[in-house]
Design a protein around this ligand. Sequence first.
Ligand SMILES: [Zn+2]
Ligand SMILES: [Zn+2]
Length: 105
Amino acid sequence: MIEVQAAGYFVECPACHHELRINKRYVGQNVACKFCKHPFQLDRQSRKVRFAALFTRCPHCDGELRSAMKYMDQKVVCKLCNGHIHIIPDETTPAIRTGDTSQPS
Ligand SMILES: [Zn+2]
Ligand SMILES: [Zn+2]
């Protein structure tokens, strides 16, 4: 079992809802949507910014893996090489929200 961290995230633009692929080094920073140019802060605590999935590089086959956020801190199998990987959270890991009950403001 090899432990890996997310290399980045697939994030939904809060303005146009296109999915953006963003390296994790931008977490906590201001970014701009490449589709609609909407600027927003990639705040991992924000309810406006939806982290849809994470991506990382498979340490077995060097292929890129996309994984739903719910697999953070879970053991997954690379669909390219069937290698086993444990995706471990790091300081950029967004809060995992289950059953979002936020009220519209
Ligand atoms: Zn956008
Ligand atoms: Zn692999």
